[in-house]
Design a protein around this ligand. Structure first.
Ligand code: FRU
Length: 536
């Protein structure tokens, strides 16, 4: 089938055609990055899932290989679902993944590279002794999947987590092994939380808490280290994470008290972003995050266009110096795609005005902007109702970019048509609150397409930023049907999938705007045309 070029991202990871969901088993091995992903070889809706496989030397240009895992044995005959890679001592990669067996039970299987001398690790062997982990009789075998990367405890034994649900409690079940092949279920889960439903795609890893942004390998522990647990909730289709302490002796994870350990908790991305997974990049000593951004047009459109699903750009991830949240930033390699640059400096924008950023291909661009605000002591701010704090997305829906406030809304109109019938607004709004103003970030919205029938949410997240320097920054990566934005140096990130009808390709424009009563200033803005890497 012909694959439609309309709305097709160019520098975001995607297969040549068909359906893609979760990123699987990302790893760096002998100079090469690998990414596997849930893929349907036969169509552009979910089904017939295999582990498709691509490799790269720079995380930007990708070359496809044949699928690494596909249904072929009794222990995975109904599907090869999500899982992770671990590099075992002696530099030996191994994969743990969920197989759907003959009875449609979810079981965990192991696979090894057939030939460690093949630098591309093209063929994988699934030993006949699989499965290596099976559900116990008291478990619901339909809620038992997505094994994590393994790590080693102080006793030298391996641990992995498997996502699970009991009643409506979400659990990260813990398994231990001496040899990575024989696994025993621990008496207690590593962690669990009431009323969160199935925990899909758990991810558990250490982060430096000593102010360093360096990433840590999965088994690192000790002083200056905290841990992150992320889970994906199938009933809300959002993820959340907590930061906390891993009690090694008890094999328990205790989230810090300040965070909600449920769907109202912190998120990597407050938009269209799911089933994410990190890996440690030993080459550059950083932890990198991959996440899936599903289509949000109609299923019938996906069938017609012949492709569905992208991965967000690889993001470096680290613990913010305040210790209270993670930060993310597109990997520096992405900047090698920057071509022609345009700049704007010291442009004031008064209420109801917008300024076009001309001279770039606005459908495929990277934009960095610093907004300069008036002194907060001189302005009146909209009052903040504390009940709004649990649902920023709803607030963005109720107060879109066109509803004027005091300080904000201001920001960018991306993928905009010339006369602004269409645009995806990415913007801020500042509210009065104690002890400090509340900053709301929104992305998306009803105006993103003149097409009526699709899902056009305005996503929202709060930005924990100190405005005393009167500045706020925003970076947006615009790629045809995706707008991936990073506020305040990666404190709050939102990805929107949007399908403009008028503002497509060379008809797309980019504006800075302000609908608030207070004048704001674009202090610095740089925008680049983005090049087209080799993408599978
Ligand atoms: C998450 C998920 C996983 C599962 C996979 C199947 O999107 O549902 O839990 O392993 O996708 O494709």
């Amino acid at each position: 089938m012909e694959v439609s070029k309309a709305h097709r991202p160019v520098f975001h990871f995607r297969p040549p055609k068909n359906w893609m969901n979760d990123p699987n088993g990302p790893m760096y091995y002998n100079g090469i990055y690998h990414l596997f992903y849930q893929y349907n070889p036969y169509g552009s809706v979910w089904g017939n899932i295999v582990w498709a496989h691509s490799f790269s030397t720079d995380l930007i240009n990708w070359i496809p290989l044949k699928p690494a895992l596909y249904a072929s044995k009794p222990f995975d005959i109904n599907g090869t679902w999500s899982g992770s890679a671990t590099i075992l001592p002696g530099n030996k990669p191994v994969i743990l993944y969920t197989g759907i067996d003959e009875q449609n039970k979810q079981v965990q299987n192991i696979a090894f590279p057939k030939d460690l001398n093949d630098p591309l690790l093209q063929e994988w062997i699934k030993p006949d002794y699989n499965p290596v982990i099976t559900p116990t009789p008291d478990m619901n075998a339909s809620f038992f999947r997505d094994p994590t990367e393994g790590w080693r405890g102080p006793d030298g034994h391996w641990r992995v987590l498997v996502g699970n649900r009991k009643g409506n409690r979400g659990l990260a079940l813990l398994y231990r092994s001496r040899d990575f092949i024989h696994w025993t279920k621990a008496k207690h889960p590593l962690h669990s939380s009431a009323d969160t439903g199935m925990w899909e795609c758990p991810d558990f890893f250490p982060v430096s808490s000593d102010g360093s942004q360096e990433g840590l390998e999965a088994s690192v522990r000790g002083d200056g280290v905290k841990h992150v647990l992320k889970v994906s909730l199938d009933h809300t289709r959002f993820e959340y994470y907590t930061i906390g302490h891993y009690l090694y002796e008890k094999d328990r994870y205790i989230p810090d008290k300040s965070y909600a350990d449920n769907s109202t908790g912190l998120r990597y991305d407050y938009g269209n972003f799911y089933a994410s997974k990190t890996f440690f990049d030993a080459k550059n000593k950083r932890r990198i995050l991959w996440g899936w951004a599903n289509e949000s047009d109609l299923n019938t459109t996906d069938t017609a266009k012949g492709w569905a699903g992208i991965q967000t750009v690889p993001r470096r991830l680290w613990l913010d110096e305040n210790g209270k949240q993670l930060r993310q930033w597109p990997i520096k390699e992405l900047e090698t795609l920057r071509l022609h640059q345009v700049k704007m400096n010291d442009v004031s924008i008064r209420k109801g005005n917008s300024v076009e950023i001309k001279g770039i291909t606005a459908a495929q661009a990277d934009v960095e902007v610093t907004f300069h605000l008036p002194s907060l002591s001189d302005v009146r701010l909209e009052p903040f109702d504390p009940s709004w704090s649990v649902d920023p997305q709803r607030l963005c829906g109720e107060k879109p970019s066109t509803v004027g406030g005091e300080l904000g809304p201001f920001g960018l109109l991306t993928l905009a048509s010339e006369n602004l019938e269409e645009y995806t607004a990415v913007f801020f709004r500042v509210f009065d609150a104690k002890p400090k103003p509340v900053v709301l970030m929104c992305s998306g919205g009803i105006r993103s397409s003149i097409s009526e029938e699709m899902y056009k949410p305005s996503f929202g997240g709060f930005v924990d930023v100190d405005l005393s320097d009167r500045k706020i920054t925003l970076r947006s990566l615009i790629d045809h049907s995706v707008v991936e934005s990073f506020a305040a140096g990666g404190k709050t990130c939102i990805t929107s999938r949007v399908y403009p009808k008028l503002a497509e390709g060379s008809n797309a424009h980019l504006f800075a705007f302000n609908s608030g009563a207070e004048t704001i200033k674009v202090k610095h803005l740089k925008a680049w045309n983005m090049g087209s890497p080799r993408m599978n």
